[in-house]
Design a protein around this ligand. Structure first.
Ligand code: ADP
Ligand code: MG
Length: 599
């Protein structure tokens, strides 16, 4: 099912979706504002260096002219001092220009570092619905936004910072020159500015739309690769290489055409703008012809044309920066979109912090559906589990067992009804302390590349892992034996997603991790389904030890596992029903199978 999702290029917004926070139209720059403000130090320094660089340049240009013309006179002694001054100015310009770029990149990259960290934080805060279900945003898409698109944003910020102030300085300096020489001619020349601005604005908007499509197409490609590469065994086993290459080509071709459109647009824009300049020059020539009949001197004419040439460059730069912004806008938008929706699962302000949890568990009239259009998965479900009790849950797949677990961990909140732990509504308990005491070992095991010890002691990864406790957990989960046989024992790296381990070994590691965490409420969601009978027996014995001191909710298909529980329930069509032990033991094979049990 997951492979099929890779096809769609246009990803619909996530569902279930809370109302989006309406943002102003000038969203991209405004959302960057706090990040840029936090970098005001290097920005100001960069701009200062830019001013120094422009100033040295303005001193340098006339001196170079004078120096070269004086050279003919060849009073070498007098020229020596002048040459020294030139050298100092050249060095000053080179150093200040270098520092300008260094400071502005520093600001741009640090700002984007913060944007990136915030985006990742917001992604981790989001409701599970953002990632799951039909409208979910794929990991590849998110990865693309936070990596490549964030880098694009750095380029945009840099271009803006680098262009705006130095260019404005040059622009205003040259404008002053022109105005003092001839106000009339300046006004005629000024006609080009609004023309260029209008065209740039129009083309910039087109460029933004094209860039957005190009970003979506490359994100789709990235999402596709993120799904298909981890499934490489599946692809090879199904002889599906050719099929996957065809799918890759289709997505890559979409990206090709979008990217080509963008490149063409970027090539076209400067041509159009330059043509406008040419037109304006003709206009200017006509004006100068008229004026030259009057009292205009040749020398002033030269200065004026020089200023005009020099003013075109910064205008062009501002135009380029504007285009850079338009091109970066979709990337900024998509990056900030990650945090645009408010999480539904939220802590209340007066949350309860639980240091200890006895483990009493109550489901009161809990109903749940994944989205408004979908049917109820859980229907007014009631269940009371006493502290320390072990309850088994059986039932056909799709019956809602895993959903029940997700509600208990507050990955989703019930549509109606409530769940209580130790008589506190879990919606009033601090999320961290709830999840600290409730531990899930699920069928889909999550292992990270890293050592066995890091995976078992994951909870303490930040604060230092207790190795004795890791080994104890390994023993209790009956994983010690195979771990010791690994090349470096507990310090063996288990590869991406634990790829060097077998399915059963992975499950035992996951159980060891739960033992390490020592939760008050332990949930085993088909956690032992990949074990062989012998390992299952050993793990079951280990679990039996664990069960003595905590509340356990075990979802399983094996009769022996289920029989360890104090009480057994079936979950079918969102309804819960208690099974008596005798009905199970004396039951017919067929009826047991209909409860989803394996004997
Ligand atoms: P079980 O664990 O008992 O096999 P689940 O709780 O995983 O069943 O699923 C119960 C029902 O909810 C199924 O019909 C399934 O298709 C649906 N479902 C599960 N996860 C989602 C989701 N993220 N979005 C929409 N529907 C879902
Ligand atoms: Mg399940």
């Amino acid at each position: 099912g997951t492979l099929a999702a890779a096809d769609s290029v246009d990803r619909r917004p996530p569902s279930p979706k809370p109302p989006p926070l309406r943002l102003p139209k000038s969203l991209p720059l405004r959302s960057l504002k706090p990040y840029l403000l936090s970098q005001s130090g290097p920005v100001l320094l960069g701009w200062l260096c830019g001013a120094v660089s422009a100033f040295s340049l303005s001193k340098l240009v006339p001196r170079i002219g004078k120096f070269s013309s004086d050279f003919a006179g060849a009073d070498v002694f007098r020229l020596r001092g002048e040459g020294f001054a030139l050298g100092v100015l050249l060095l000053a310009r080179a150093v200040s220009s270098y520092l300008q770029h260094a400071f502005l990149w520093d600001a741009a990259l640090k700002a984007v570092y913060r944007v990136r960290v915030d985006a990742f934080e917001r992604v981790l805060e989001r409701d599970l619905g953002f990632f799951e279900g039909g409208g979910g945003v794929s990991a590849g898409d998110i990865a693309y936004r936070i990596t490549a698109e964030a880098s694009d944003v750095a380029d945009t910020i840099y271009a803006l910072l680098n262009t705006i102030v130095p260019s404005t300085l040059q622009l205003s300096a040259m404008a002053m020159q022109m105005l003092t020489i001839s106000p009339a001619l300046s006004l005629i020349s000024a006609v080009i500015i609004p023309c260029v601005a209008l065209v740039i604005a129009f083309l910039g908007e087109r460029l933004r739309k094209i860039s957005k499509k190009a970003n979506l197409s490359i994100a789709a490609l990235s999402a596709y690769l993120n799904e298909v590469l981890p499934a490489i065994v599946f692809v090879k086993a199904n002889n599906a290489e050719a099929c996957e290459i065809a799918r890759f080509k289709r997505l890559a071709r979409v990206d090709l055409s979008e990217r080509l459109k963008k490149r063409k647009m970027k090539a076209l824009i400067p041509q159009i703008i330059q043509s406008i300049y040419m037109g304006a020059l003709f206009l200017f020539c006509a004006g100068s012809l008229l004026l030259s009949k009057g009292s205009f001197e040749g020398c002033s004419m030269v200065s004026f044309v020089t200023s005009l040439v020099l003013i075109i460059e910064p205008i062009q730069d501002v135009g380029k920066a504007y285009n850079e912004l338009k091109q970066g806008e979709p990337a900024i938008e998509r990056l900030f979109e990650l945090g645009r929706f408010k999480a539904k699962v939220m802590e209340k302000p007066d949350e309860i912090h639980l240091d200890n949890m006895a483990g009493e568990l109550k489901f009161c009239h809990v109903s749940f559906r994944y989205s408004d259009k979908m049917a109820l998965v859980l229907d007014r479900l009631d269940l009371h589990i006493k502290a320390g009790e072990t309850v088994a849950l059986v039932g056909p797949s799709g019956g809602g067992k895993t959903t029940l677990v997700k509600l208990l961990l507050r990955l989703y909140d019930p549509s109606s009804g409530c769940i209580c732990v130790d008589n506190y509504n879990i919606q009033n308990i601090q999320l961290k302390s709830l999840r600290r005491h409730v531990c899930l070992v699920s069928q889909d095991i999550t292992l990270f590349s890293g050592t066995v010890a890091e995976n078992i002691g994951y909870r303490d990864l930040m604060n230092g892992i207790d190795m004795d406790r890791v080994e104890l957990a390994g023993q209790l989960a009956n994983a010690d034996e195979f771990i010791k046989k690994l090349p470096e024992g507990y310090n063996t790296n288990i590869g991406p997603r634990g790829s060097v381990l077998s399915g059963g070994q992975k499950q035992r590691l996951a159980i060891a991790r739960a033992v390490y965490q020592d939760p008050s409420i332990l949930i085993l969601d088909e956690a032992t389904s990949a074990l062989d009978s012998r390992s299952e027996l050993l793990v079951r014995q280990a679990l039996q030890r664990l069960m003595e001191t905590r509340t356990v909710l075990v979802i399983a298909h094996r009769l022996e596992t289920v029989l360890m529980a104090n009480r057994i329930f079936t979950l079918n069509d969102g309804r819960l029903q208690e099974l008596t032990r005798s009905s199970l033991l004396g039951g017919h094979l067929n009826s047991l199978e209909s409860e989803g049990l394996v004997i």
